[in-house]
Design a protein around this ligand. Sequence first.
Ligand SMILES: [Fe+2]
Length: 233
Amino acid sequence: MRMSLETTASTEVLGFDVVAYPFRRYVEDIFRCDELEEIHLHRNDLMPTLPLIFETESKTPFHEVFYRSVNREPSRFRRLYRSFVAQVVSELVGEPFVFQYQPSFRIHLPEAKAVHKWHSDGDADHGHPAGEINFILPVTGCHGTAAVWAESEPGRGDYAPMELDIDQFVRFDGNRCRHGNQPNTTGRTRISLDFRILPRRFYREQCAGSDGTSITAGKKFRLGSYYATFEEN
Ligand SMILES: [Fe+2]
């Protein structure tokens, strides 16, 4: 299947093989918890002590555990992520691309939000390069107010949840469509991973020599920083 920029506005939910790509098992292992939807009960020791806000949403003890594990060398997670991108995402994109060096970890706890700002990644606050394609890979189910909500086309404002089961992932135009979170009233925690790819043609046009920086990862939108290729380790 081949995808061009013209088609990226449509949101598409796709299936994947959870046995071949055991992201959930990995996250269960690192948190020593096999009921991730109730991790807020089982790992109370990792719960944030203050209500989350934009400045702290990516810095909870849960994030520390996740990133410490994925950055350990050799990284079991890196092999898993890169094989998913190489085999599953490549098939969809159908042209050379660079990809986010590692996914962003999101935890949407009951009565809280994982991401506080309604935004599009390409807006002035976030500054992601045009042409990026967003993917969300759920680790738990993503339903109702525990899902990421997004508009269906840029500027349309028709926010709806991108509902996903754990054997599905979604491709959407988060670069141009606004998206964000509702307060999670489901009583269950959502954990998901999200990442972006950028076709090489857009990378060449915008990123080589640019100083644009990801506000979440603190990395420049360049190869060797925010973006990676399969040639790297
Ligand atoms: Fe975003």
